[in-house]
Write a protein that binds this ligand. Structure first.
Ligand SMILES: [Zn+2]
Length: 394
């Protein structure tokens, strides 16, 4: 008995010791690991570029997945570059920039199991070196968390900033009083045009501009709204922005009637008559909505900078004559991601009051109440930002 008791005493001691170690380990795991019901990710690395305001801009999307069974409401998002806070999006900013996957309306609340994209636009002071990496801190209310623990701060979405050189190009048009409509970075029609294509989400139009033109009285059109020739920009020459190879040409689609939303336009016809230029180094330039029969190049042609490609029209998914122009990382207007670019020289002559005022002027033919830039500002190597009025060299 005595012997037996003594011999059994050792294993018990070891077992107790093991249990203590076990408890210590699990306590350590529980103390260090955290439930992160919001999963954060950035899929497309932001590429810094210079805007026509002289400042450095980064435009990208933070993907947020609500991996819980209840609602998650995002209240604040901080963007960090290392330990430095670069920007704070408050509740109102989040509410206007967070869009459920596949939808064009914004909401700060993700349902359980939902995924949303937060469209981020960072502006850095002129001549600031962008940080090497970005990360994010998200404050949110998680309804499925235990009472008293529903307010959470989650970190993630780490991404390296893409330091590749931005392509520098010439102007796509020549002349004066052009308006960069729906351009970068807070206009929503292009910047947020996220589409699921061939198994991936793409934003080919991320940095697109719808170029319009005003007459001397700041009107987009004069005369009957539904007539193409009423529009100042109709028939303007679309120019090759660089020496390039013509990757593809689409022609033969009819003009739409201005002022009416086109009906029965397939996705393949959305750009209307179009030209894609291969600029080299994985960059492609798209010119869309050109006049039928106006295209002067064919696929495979070599073009020189400034060469006329075709005339501005109103074909495809277009409600008024304009030139849609953007740069992307592939030859397909759908299966590509938009890339920023810089135009080597242009002059900023003014600004419109904003998208709503521009839309009204385009709908009614009324003059835009522009704010002139006096004297006009010569800009080098920059992307014309939204609602900037621009003169290109004649
Ligand atoms: Zn467009």
């Amino acid at each position: 008995m005595t012997v037996a008791r003594r011999t059994s005493a050792r294993p018990v001691g070891v077992a107790v010791a093991l249990l203590v170690v076990c408890l210590a380990t699990t306590e350590r795991i529980w103390a260090e690991d955290q439930m992160t019901p919001l999963l954060l990710a950035v899929h497309d690395r932001p590429i810094p570029f210079r805007g026509s305001d002289g400042r450095t801009h980064l435009v990208y999307e933070l993907w947020i997945t609500n991996f819980s069974s209840g609602d998650a409401t995002v209240e604040q998002v901080r963007v960090l570059g290392g330990a430095t806070a670069l920007a704070t999006l408050d509740a109102a900013a989040v509410a206007s920039r967070l869009q459920p996957a596949g939808r064009r309306d914004a909401s700060p609340t993700l349902p359980g199991g939902g995924t949303s994209l937060l469209f981020i636009h960072l502006t850095l002071a002129a001549n600031t070196t962008p940080p090497a990496r970005l990360s994010h801190e998200v404050k949110a209310q998680i309804a499925a968390a235990p009472p008293g623990q529903q307010q959470m701060t989650l970190s993630g979405g780490e991404v390296a900033v893409d330091r590749r050189a931005v392509v520098v190009i010439g102007p796509p048009l020549r002349g004066d009083r052009f308006v960069a409509a729906d351009s970068c970075c807070d206009a929503t029609r292009h910047t947020r045009a996220a589409l699921p294509v061939d198994g991936r989400v793409r934003i080919a139009q991320r940095f697109a501009v719808d170029w319009e033109q005003m007459d001397d009285a700041n009107r987009i059109y004069v005369g009957p709204r539904e007539q193409l020739r009423s529009y100042r920009i109709y028939g303007a020459e679309a120019l090759a922005v660089a020496d390039a190879r013509v990757a593809s040409v689409l022609d033969g689609l009819p003009e739409q009637t201005p002022g009416k939303f086109p009906e029965a336009i397939s996705l393949a016809q959305a750009d209307g008559n179009a030209v894609v230029l291969d600029l080299g180094n994985g960059r492609y330039a798209l010119y869309a909505h050109l006049q039928p029969g106006s295209l002067r190049v064919r696929a495979g042609d070599r073009v020189r900078r400034g060469q006329v490609l075709g005339l501005v029209g109103n074909t495809g998914n277009s409600v008024a004559p304009h030139l849609h122009f953007h740069v992307m990382d592939g030859p397909s207007a759908l299966d590509a991601n938009g890339l920023p670019y810089e135009i080597d020289a242009f002059t900023v002559t003014g600004h419109t009051p904003g998208t709503a005022a521009f839309d009204a002027a385009e709908e009614q033919g009324t003059p835009l109440a522009i704010t002139p830039v006096n004297p006009p500002a010569a800009v080098k190597h920059a992307l014309p930002l939204d609602q900037t009025i621009v003169r290109f060299a004649p």
